[in-house]
Ligand binder design. Structure first.
Ligand SMILES: Nc1ncnc2c1ncn2[C@@H]1O[C@H](COP(=O)(O)OP(=O)(O)O)[C@@H](O)[C@H]1O
Ligand SMILES: [Mg+2]
Length: 164
């Protein structure tokens, strides 16, 4: 269930850029340094022809919606701890997420989290080290704007906290 969708708010001031992927550029949050803001890339962010082609052909905005949807699916389940928490999706389509520490190299903990998410939630396409971080000293996935299949969603629902 979506817990918070802010329809009306003033434009959110973006702090300095702290990361970038194929679909999003990630900024510090000026008001709260414990948060980051994921902004869908537009053509103005494209430096190369292949980046331009990708942004032209791919709905980068949908990635934030998918991430927000997955966060709301895993929240209050045993999988919550494996995902970097999202705070809100803004009217501009920006996603506000907790800031994680992004490690430079892969640890055994990250490897085992990736293996578990692939195996238990069929998340085949979760990428390398830069899509993982440490939050409250635990490894978490920070880039999960992907489609989950229905079996995985059912599996998550069956692991709601407190459910016997
Ligand atoms: N929650 C976060 N905390 C700290 N850095 C982040 C966070 N989310 C993303 N980043 C940084 O921004 C980069 C791009 O973000 P990501 O979500 O992977 O975008 P994309 O979906 O476009 O690949 C990441 O590789 C990481 O360096
Ligand atoms: Mg990424």
């Amino acid at each position: 269930m979506v817990t918070e969708f802010r329809h009306e708010r003033p434009p959110m001031p973006l702090g300095k850029v702290i990361g970038s992927g194929a679909s999003r550029i990630v900024h510090e949050c000026v008001q709260d340094p414990s948060l980051v803001i994921k902004v869908p890339k537009t053509l103005e962010h494209a430096g190369t022809k292949s980046e331009r082609d990708y942004i032209q052909n791919y709905d980068t905005q949908s990635v934030n919606y998918l991430e927000w949807t997955i966060w709301n699916a895993v929240k209050d389940t045993k999988y919550e701890k494996d995902f970097c928490p999202c705070i809100c999706l803004t009217a501009e389509g920006y996603l506000v997420m907790k800031r994680a520490e992004v490690p430079l190299c892969e640890s055994g903990d990250i490897k085992s989290l990736r293996r578990r998410l692939r195996h238990e939630l069929c998340m085949a396409d979760i990428g390398g080290t830069r899509n993982f971080g440490l939050y409250n000293e635990r490894p978490v996935l920070i880039d999960y704007g992907i489609h989950l299949n229905k079996t995985a969603l059912m599996h998550i629902k069956n692991h709601t906290k407190g459910k016997r």
